[in-house]
Structure formats: C-alpha cells, structure tokens
Write a protein that binds this ligand. Sequence first.
Ligand code: GDP
Length: 687
Amino acid sequence: MAHIDAGKTTTTERILFYTGLTHKLGEVHDGTAIMDWMVQEQERGITITSAATTCFWKDTKINIIDTPGHVDFTVEVERSLRVLDGAIAIFCAVGGVEPQTETVWHQAEKYHVPRMAFVNKMDRTGADFLTVVKQMKDRLGANPVVMQLPIGAEDQFTGVVDLVRGKAYTYDMATMGVTVEEIPIPDEMADQVEEYRLALIEAAAEQDESLLERYLNEETLSEEEIITSLRKATLENLIQPVFCGAAFRNKGIQQLLDAVVDYLPSPLDVPPAEGTLKKGRNEEAVTVEADPDGPLVAFCFKVMTDPFVGQLNYVRVYGGTLNSGQQVLNVNNGKKERVGRILRMHANKREDVDACVAGNIVALVGMKQTVTGDSLGEARHPVQLTTIEFPIPVIAIAIEPKTKDDEQKMDAALQRLRAEDPTFNVNTDEESGQLLISGMGELHLDIICDRLRREFKVNANIGKPQVAYREAITQPVSQKTRHSRQSGGKGQFAEVAVSFEPMPIVPGEETFAFESKVKGGAIPKQYIEPVRKGIERGMGAGVLAGYPVVGLKATLTDGLAHEVDSSELAFEIAGSLCLREALTKGAPILLEPIMDLEVVTPEEYLGAVTADLNARGGQISGSDSRGMVQVVRGDVPLRAMFGYATDLRSRTQGRATFTMQFKTYAPCPQKLMREIVDRFGGSRFLK
Ligand code: GDP
C-alpha cells in the first residue's frame, strides 16, 4: 500500500521478477537468461493487474493483493485490507509521508493489519532515509524500527547494511541485481551502524523479559532470537520494521522479500476469522480456524472480468478445502454453485489447481451467482463471514451515448463494469427516459466515465452529478382499487385491498416488505404474487418527483377475482394502481441521503474542518485522536457535499482525507422539497 507514485507497481514488478526467477530458473546468474525471462514476461504482460498474485520465496507462498488503482478510492482499500494478513507500506525517500500514506496507514490500523515499511527511491536526489523514519513517528504515530541502513544516497546509493546480521550488501547491475554481493561495512558507517544496531537489539529485548535480562547482562543475542522477538512485536502491531532500497534500480528487493518471510504473518498467525453460523432460523457467532480439514468457509473479495477466461471470482479460503467441481453453498443468497476451474494467478501464467486449502487466495471460474462480499460454504455448516459493507449508490449522472455505435458499446461496457463493482448501478429515469448511472460519490462516477472513455472507447455526453432522492409515505393508508376493462372479447378484472404503512430503512436490508392476509380464497393463490410484483414495479417512481419509493410495508388484506376476466396481468396492474393511489394519500415526502462522514486531519486543521462541516449542515457526533491525527465523525446531507474533496484539500493543504458513505435517508428540508416537487409537478400531493 502506498501513496500514488511511491513505487508500488515498480516494487511489485520487481518482486514478481525475482520470485519468478528463483522459482523457475533456480539459481541462474546468467545475465542473458535473466533478460530472456524479462522479455517474455513483458510480451505476455506481467499480471500485476490481477487482484491477487501468488509467488514463492524461500519455500514460502506469498499472495500479493493489489490495493486500489486510484488514490482516493477508499472502499477498494478497505476490501483489500479485509482479506490480507500483513502489509508493506511503501514510502518515497524524497516525499516521505504523504496524505494518501496517512489514509492507508490509518485504515490498516483500523483493521489491525501488521505492517512493515519500505523506503523506496533511495537513488533519487534528495533521498533521506532517516527523515522518512522520523516522519513515520511524528506524522503517523508509528513505532518504526530501523532494520537496514542505506549505503550512500542519491546517485551514490549502492547497497544496504543489514543491522540484524551486521553485514553489508551490494548489487551486481550486470545481472539486474540478481547477484547480491556481501561487502565489508564501509568504515565511515561504523558508528552509525553500531548506534542503530543497538537500538534494534533494544527493541527486540523490550518484547521479551528473558531476552531483556540477558541483554542487560551484556550477553549477545542470536540473530534468530532477535528475529523471533521482532516478528512477535510486528504481529502484535507494536513495531513496524523499516527497510530501504530503490526498486527501479533493482536494489533492496530480495532483502524485502526475506523480511516478508521473517516478519509478516502467515494465515496461522492471525486471529481466526469471525462469522455467523446460519442453521435454519438460528444464528450463532462462530470463529473459523484455518484448518484444511474443517468445513469450507471462503470469502469472495473481488469479481473481475478477464479477457481470456471471462469472469473471475477472487476468493480467500478461511477454513476447509475448496475443490474444483465441488458444489458449494453461497451462504448469503442460499443458492448452490458449482466451482468450475480453480486458478492460481502467477505473474506470467494462470495455473489450474485441483484444490485450495485454508489460508490461500485463488480465482474461481464459472461462478454465476456470487458477488463481492459473499461467503461460500457447505450446507452442513454454513458460515457467513462479515460482508464488506457497500454503500448504497447515492449520486447519479445522466449519460447519453453520442452515436448508435457508442450506444451498443456502452451497454456492454456498463454491464462489465457493473459485474466488477458492486457499488455502481445503472438504471433508466422513468420520466425523461435518460440513462442514469449511480455510485457512491462524485469521484467514483468520474472514474467510471473515465474508464468508459479510455478502456471501452465509448463517447458519451455526461450530465452534472445529482443527488438520488427517494420518496416515502408518512401515514398509513388502506386502499381498495378495482381494475376493470371491457373491450370486446375477454376483459380484465382484478380488485385488491391493501394496507400500506411506512417502514424504517436499515442499510443493507430490504426497503420493501409484502405480506398477504387474504382469507377464504377471496383472491386465488396464483394472483397474489402478481399483486406484489405490481406494487414493487410501481415503487420505481413516486408521485412527488418520480424518485423511487422506499421504506414501505404492504399487506394485501382482501380482493375480488372474476372467473373469466381475471389474469395475472390484471392483478399486477391493480397492485400498481393501488400503490399509486395510496402514495397520493399517504402524506408523501422526499427523502435525501445522509452520509456517514469521517475526516482524518492533523490537529492544526481540526477547527477549520469542523467549522466547515457545521456550515454544510453536518451534525458532528464526535472526534478523537488516532495516532498523530484527529478523527472527526458526523452525519451530513449528501447535497451539501459536492466538491468536498477539493474544498477539504484546499482548507488543509492536502493534509486531511475523508471517507464518506451512505448512512440513512432523512426527510428533505421543506423549502428544498417544495422546489424539487414543484419542478416535477407533484405539489398537490404534498401535505
Ligand atoms: P505507484 O503509483 O506507487 O504504483 O508507483 P510506480 O511504481 O508506478 O512508480 C512511479 C514512478 O516512480 C515511476 O515513474 C517509476 O519509474 C518511478 N520509480 C519507482 N521506483 C523508483 C526508484 O526506486 N527510483 C526512482 N528514481 N524512481 C522510481
């Protein structure tokens, strides 16, 4: 994880290069063989765009998870952090701690993800390793332990001193840094090495009473003791080991990989996953051990379309073993799915595997009904892991293809994007017939439009972002409606009586409920579902301003059917008409999305941030300190938040960041409601 441009992609590429090399070619130190390998890699395109890539280093399997392509995309970061066990935070040796570094660092803190740091770009002018370490303390509230010292800096950066082993290394550029040579520690560094090696040993000793005692008695601690102790402290989030290098110059990567093996957790080192065992109506909180022989518990964290194999569902297996060809239960929707191929994604190939045991990450081919956030398991022990919470789309823009050709391309493109991204929606505005795409925020929609243009080559006119309002009734209404039409031949007849009442809106739950209390067959059974369907369809557009209706409970109480003229269609229409009439009588109002906002800001901007939020009509619910920063939380109406990203940046010199997601709907202020409703012509229904 990193601020944009810190070198995440370059570092990942180099990791895949070195691991691929040792794994495939063994100890080949022949420059031409290495170059061949690189060329092949490039021709086939290194799959670092894959959501998870598997590589091997020193008999350890490492899964690298891609953090978001876009800096401001916090939900993507959250979902990566949800399935990974440890993180490397990459810093630029010149830029140091940058705003996005602060955000991802604090998010990792929230999920208790153990971290180490890699100070990259040591070769750049102005590179300053120790200043970055100091910034980690001051600005992130981190507890960095210096594990290496750079030999030289800027264009004189040649290697590193490993403080645990007390050895210095340099890299042979003829072999793209594959050959690492041990060299004597430069004389002029002796004092500095001694100072930092002592600090490191003290950090290790602090974690362990018996080590501390031996250290105080001036006994020497072994390499292994130091590593074990620092590993424990890293896993407990007490320290963050810091390394350095220059990925672009092929320096420092092998040591970084060694450190992943030495200091970051294996799936057995992290606390078991928490979930809910769902047996019939009973729900029980359970934990899931990473045991290959236990019942299957897997979690889908990303869906991506792959140009070669179609849809890929990336899953992490938390418990048990997933086999190809196996039938699994999607615990979230109760549907059975057959697992087709199981793929392990490497840098340059996809490997078919027969099975995947707990602790692993793989991609599945052939899943039809599984989306991001779903848990897969077995019917005998269905466990649902906490899903990734996706906000309801609250912002919409109209989008109009420029030509017939664009229209076709756009349909296909939107479908693909929709499959990849559960927080994005496409629908048609009932009134204007315009196509609306909706998402979580301005930036989100910006990115989608950008991808449409660049990746899918769609030319479209794009409207201004607008708030996705909703409509709801505020009073219960009992409504009886007859739909009857006689036009020659067979007529249409249906009569329904429905009580409608307002229902609270809970994020993640249905906003419409239907129940039938029809007695004595007043309406034949087969006509009941069509009534429900008719009401639900009618809810697509309310009477005030054409916005969808939410928070409604409908109870079908009575009705009448005709032997010849009644049909499913007639009852569907009756349901829809009945709803419309009820909406006009139920004192309808407009609802607006209220967002849950969290701003992370350095202390000195706290006043400016809260004053601004108050001015936007926000309700601040609290603020506290997290590490070196203040976290302000509150509820704000979405309509007051357009352009907030830019505003906040200028108010805080780019130092504050925020996350915002849908919390609930609240009644629109009267004046605004009148304005919107007047424009649409629905004012006569307002109370
Ligand atoms: P990301 O946005 O974090 O993925 O960063 P990239 O890996 O795309 O790197 C951003 C820019 O920094 C690219 O132009 C890289 O070539 C450059 N870069 C990456 N690592 C180094 C390094 O070690 N030294 C120097 N001088 N440049 C680097």
